[in-house]
Design a protein around this ligand. Sequence first.
Ligand SMILES: *Cc1c(COP(=O)(O)O)cnc(C)c1O
Length: 375
Amino acid sequence: MDLHLRKRTWAEISLENIAHNYRAIRAAIPTGCKFLGVVKADAYGHGAVAVSRKLEELGADYLAVSCLDEAAELREAGIGLPILILGHTPREYVSELIDLKLTQTVTCEAKAIEYSQEAARIGRPLRIHIKVDTGMARLGFLTAEGHFEQGVGNIVSACRQPWLEPEGIYTHFALSDEPGDEAREFTQKQFRLFLDVISRVEKAGITFKIRHCANSGAVVNYKETALDMVRPGILLYGFGDGGKLGLRPCMRLMTHVSTIKYIDDGLPVSYGGIYVTPRRTRMGVIPIGYADGLLRSLSNNCSFMTADGPAPQRGRICMDMCMIDLTDLPGINLESLIEIFGEKQSAESLAARAGTISYELLCSVSKRVPRVYTD
Ligand SMILES: *Cc1c(COP(=O)(O)O)cnc(C)c1O
């Protein structure tokens, strides 16, 4: 039996396209600028271990994940690159951070003090990057407007904690992938503020080897923000403004027709009966549902790709399967391949139908779906 049929539904991941995208992004940033690959959320659903191995082999300088467990998974798999944890780690885990040679983000003075105390107890320093909030209003030392002086003071104090090694400083853009003048002004303001914060902190005698802020949007739209390192995520996987750099999608979500039946006209299909057959219908059942990451909000509002063209999806998407209309696709039979998204239909266009973005569609592909790598 074919591997793909045993797998029911699977995601083909092209590491070759990851490599292509890596090189294209490299070519778009200044030489000497470091490259951090964001591999949080299992590398946006592509498999963090496989993608990180590839990035290491390609010569990336740094990786970033959201939490300690994600970082530990990479270390267990033998990934040796420096890894930045973007989110919070409770102080109880400082020894693990140090043992695994991880870099922890520090977002406020109180956490810097806690981390330093823990590191002192262990007797080994913790490497950190300072996170500055320049307008995202998420994590980081507040520095906008009236917070500037206090923010700078707190960063200096954090960096002076005796058992911390401040290697880097970074901020995150909120609007770098949005069109329009307002987004441009906001992003430029965030960038200027970030530079101002750094120069004020440096006046206190603290310097950072790695200053970074460019997420995918900024890598493409604000090249002047590259500084010492860029921090792309979605670009690596071929989306965002990747079209401008000739980037390629790396995931193709595939399934096949598992059952075909003929349904008389006038019959409701699936839960809730939201679709009623307008004619005698040749209906295919495909083994993919919302437990595989196929968003239920797409129900009755999308098509999937066959070798002969799009097959409209009918009725509610169930947990493990859904129905597609094959009446006008007589050449599509049992075991015919169905592309949910990938080459013939982009993840971005399918995401748009669900009122969301490629990021969410990619991360939603669940762990039940095996990743099949091509290189
Ligand atoms: C997720 C994330 C990124 C990557 O964002 P993209 O839009 O995918 O490039 C970069 N930096 C931080 C802090 C993040 O949380």
